[in-house]
Design a protein around this ligand. Structure first.
Ligand SMILES: [Zn+2]
Length: 190
């Protein structure tokens, strides 16, 4: 029955599949492009809502090295680096969430900023659709996907990460995966 998955009120959240995070980009994740076919296949499945996040920074964002932050300039709002990767199949996206939009605070999670103060609106969006379960995929596994998963879990959503549709930065992902697993986050293969 085609509607069975939809009845379970399940959202897919696709994290930061943007040019700057792919090979050739300003903050490229090694082999980040290799997950695109898997992400696109996941996008074909039946979800109640399909949300994509974009890292979306002002020009002098606090996360950039010139401002004392850890990262090179990346994903400046409206630039080609901040655009979705051309290989991402956007047809089934129902919503786009922007994060890191305030100059004075970074946001790894698609829910809340790193100070856990400002919300992107994702929480209210999911509750508006009576979502119970979320599946996450995208970039980078050990940074923004992990942070989003922690917040999803703490907000009470049944949370899974499709590991084969993610790519991380750390050479060894084991400690991160262990921590997420201990939080009750399911690590799955889509
Ligand atoms: Zn960023």
């Amino acid at each position: 029955m085609a509607s069975q998955r939809a009845l379970s009120r399940h959202a897919l959240i696709v994290i930061d599949i943007q040019n700057d995070f792919l090979p050739g980009g300003a903050l490229a994740i090694n082999e980040g492009d290799l997950i695109l076919p898997t992400v696109n296949a996941l996008l074909q499945q039946d979800f109640t809502a399909v949300i994509a996040s974009r890292d979306w920074h002002p020009e002098h964002h606090i996360s950039f090295t010139a401002q004392g932050g850890p990262w090179p300039v990346h994903c400046v709002a409206g630039t080609s680096g901040a655009a979705f990767a051309p290989g991402l199949d956007q047809r089934s996206l129902t919503h786009i969430i922007h994060k890191g939009t305030r100059e004075s605070c970074d946001s790894y999670s698609a829910f809340f900023d790193n100070e856990q103060q400002a919300s992107t609106g994702l929480d209210a969006l999911l509750r508006g659709f009576y979502i119970e379960k979320v599946t996450l995929c995208g970039l980078a596994l050990d940074v923004c996907v992990a942070a989003t998963a922690r917040d999803a879990r703490s907000q009470g959503f049944e949370t899974s990460i499709a590991l084969n549709a993610c790519k991380g930065i750390a050479a060894d992902e084991t400690p991160c995966l262990q921590e997420l697993s201990e939080l009750g986050i399911k690590l799955i293969t889509s």
